[in-house]
Design a protein around this ligand. Structure first.
Ligand code: SAH
Ligand code: SF4
Ligand code: F3S
Length: 436
C-alpha cells in the first residue's frame, strides 16, 4: 500500500486518455489518492504523445514547470514518448524518475514505491501487449454518459510518416468477453454511448475456439446491452473497412451514422509515398458503398499537409476530394518529421510558408463545408444524447447529434443520459444551438 497522492496529465489520442483512467484505478486500488491539482500531488504522471514534434516537446516544458515549484515530487513519464525516447529521457531532463512504456502500466505502483525507497531511476519499455489487456480489465470509475473502451492496440501498417507502430507495437485485439463486461459495467453506471477505441479499431479480430470474431461481431454483441443506445468506433483504416462492417451501418440501428475514416491526402502519388495501401479511387469507392447502405452517413477525416514531395497539383487533389466527400468534421496537420520513420529520410523541400498557406486553405474549405452542413439542421429537430448540464445555469445542457455535432441546448425537461428531440435555432461551424 502507498498513501501518497498523484496527478495524471494526459496528452494525445483518446487511447491515452483511456489508459490514464486505468492508471488512476490501478493507483487508487493501491491506496493512493488522486489530486485535482498538479501542485498538490506527490507523484506526477505524464501520459505522453509522440505523434508530432510539438506534442513530444510539450512534456519537457511541463516537467520544467512542475519541478521549478518543487523538487520533491516523483516524476513518471509514461505513454508514447516514453516508449520512443526511452532512457534518453533521463539525459534530457534529470528530474524524471520513471520512464514506462504503454504496455506495462500495471507495474507503475511497484515502480513508484521502488523509486521512492531506493532513490533510483527506473525504466520499462518492454512490449508485452497481451499482459496489458490482462491487467487493464481493472474497473474504471468514471461515470460519463459517453464511455470509451479500448478494444485494440498497436499498428502493423507502417505508414511512412507515423511513429505509432514503434510506440504501440503490433496490432493486438482484446478478448470480446472482457470488452462486453466492461461495456456492461460502464453502462450500469450511466453510460448510454460506447465508443470502441483502437489505433486500427476496424482491424479488431479475436480468435476464440477456432472462430474469428471481428468488429462487426463485437458491435452486435454490445448492442444487446439494453442501456447502450449508441455505439461508435474510432479510428478506422480504409483497408480494414470490410463489406460486413459497411453493411452493419444499415443493419444495426445503435451504430451511429458517422465514421472517422482518415484519408490523409487526395493524391495517389502522395498516398503511395505515405504507404497508405489504398488509392483515392479505393477511398471514394468505400464512401460510395457506405452511402449506398446508409445514405445518412457522414464522414470525418485526418489530413497531412506538406508531406515531402507534395506539389500544388497533389494539394489540389486533396481539395477536390474534400469538396466531393464533404467531410463534416476533420483534423488537419502540417507534416511533422518523426525520428525513426521512413519519411524522415526524405528530402523535405516545401517551405514552411507554403505549408502554412496550404493548411489554411484546406481548413477554410473544411470550415465552410462544416458550416453549410450545420446550417442544414436549422429549424429542424434532431436527436441529441444529453451528456452534461451547465453548472452555472441548470437550464443549459450539452449533447451530441448522431453525427457527432456538439449541441448546446436550453430546456427544463431534459435528462442527462437520454436521447431528446432538440429543435435547432442557430449554429456556427463548430456547434448547433437549440431548445427542447
Ligand atoms: N491510425 C489512424 C491514425 C492515428 S494517428 C489512421 O491510420 O488513420 C492520428 C493522426 O495523426 C493521423 O491520422 C495523421 O493525420 C496524424 N499524423 C500522424 N503522424 C503524423 C506526422 N508525422 N505529421 C503530421 N501528422 C501526423
Ligand atoms: Fe500510424 Fe498509419 Fe498505423 Fe494509422 S495506420 S497508426 S497513421 S502507421
Ligand atoms: Fe499520440 Fe501515442 Fe496516441 S503517439 S496519438 S498518444 S498512440
Amino acid at each position: 500500500m502507498n498513501s501518497k497522492s498523484f496527478f495524471v496529465k494526459s496528452y494525445g489520442c483518446q487511447m491515452n486518455f483511456y489508459d490514464s483512467e486505468k492508471i488512476t484505478s490501478i493507483l487508487e486500488n493501491k491506496g493512493m489518492t488522486e489530486k485535482e491539482e498538479i501542485n498538490h500531488a506527490d507523484v506526477v504522471i505524464f501520459n505522453t504523445c509522440n505523434i508530432r514534434d510539438k506534442a513530444a516537446h510539450k512534456v519537457y516544458s511541463d516537467i520544467g514547470r512542475v519541478t521549478k515549484l518543487s523538487k520533491d515530487k516523483t516524476i513518471a513519464v509514461v505513454g508514447c514518448v516514453a516508449q520512443a525516447e526511452n532512457s534518453e529521457m533521463f539525459n534530457k531532463n534529470n528530474n524524471i524518475d520513471i520512464v514506462l512504456g504503454p504496455q506495462s502500466y500495471h507495474l507503475l505502483p511497484q515502480m513508484i514505491n521502488d523509486s521512492e525507497k531506493n532513490k533510483e531511476k527506473l525504466i520499462n519499455t518492454d512490449f508485452i501487449i497481451n499482459e496489458k489487456f490482462d491487467y487493464i480489465n481493472e474497473e474504471k470509475k468514471s461515470k460519463g454518459v459517453s464511455s470509451a473502451i479500448t478494444i485494440q492496440e498497436g499498428c502493423d501498417k507502417f505508414c511512412s510518416f507515423c511513429v505509432v507502430p514503434f510506440t504501440r507495437g503490433p496490432e493486438y485485439s482484446r478478448h470480446f468477453n472482457d470488452i462486453k463486461l466492461e461495456a456492461e459495467s460502464v453502462s450500469a453506471r450511466g453510460a448510454s454511448e460506447i465508443i470502441l477505441l483502437g489505433q486500427n479499431v476496424n482491424a479488431y479480430n479475436y480468435s476464440y475456439k477456432g472462430k474469428n470474431h471481428d468488429l462487426t461481431h463485437l458491435i452486435n454483441l454490445i448492442s444487446e446491452i439494453n442501456e447502450v443506445k449508441r455505439i461508435r468506433y474510432t479510428t478506422s483504416h480504409p483497408i480494414n473497412m470490410s463489406e460486413e462492417l459497411i453493411k452493419l451501418h444499415s443493419e444495426n440501428n445503435k451504430l451511429m451514422p458517422f465514421l472517422h475514416l482518415p484519408v490523409q491526402s487526395g493524391s495517389d502519388q502522395i498516398l503511395k509515398k505515405m504507404n497508405r495501401k489504398y488509392s483515392s479511387y479505393d477511398y471514394r469507392k468505400i464512401i460510395e458503398k457506405l452511402k449506398k447502405y446508409n445514405p445518412n452517413i457522414e464522414i470525418s477525416s485526418d489530413f497531412i499537409i506538406g508531406y515531402p514531395g507534395e506539389t500544388e497539383k497533389d494539394f489540389d487533389e486533396t481539395l477536390k476530394l474534400v469538396e466531393e466527400i464533404k467531410f463534416t468534421q476533420s483534423y488537419s496537420f502540417i507534416y511533422s518529421e518523426r525520428p525513426g520513420t521512413k519519411s524522415a529520410s526524405e528530402e523535405d523541400e516545401i517551405s514552411s510558408k507554403v505549408k502554412k498557406e496550404r493548411l489554411s486553405v484546406l481548413q477554410e474549405k473544411l470550415k465552410d463545408i462544416q458550416l453549410e452542413y450545420n446550417k442544414s439542421f436549422y429549424d429542424k429537430s434532431v436527436k441529441v444524447l444529453v451528456e452534461n448540464q451547465s453548472i452555472s445555469n441548470p437550464r443549459y445542457f450539452f449533447g451530441r447529434t448522431p453525427f457527432m455535432q456538439s449541441v448546446y441546448l436550453e430546456s427544463d425537461r431534459v435528462k442527462i443520459g437520454e436521447e431528446m428531440d432538440v429543435k435547432i435555432t442557430s449554429c456556427n461551424h463548430k456547434s448547433l444551438y437549440g431548445i427542447a
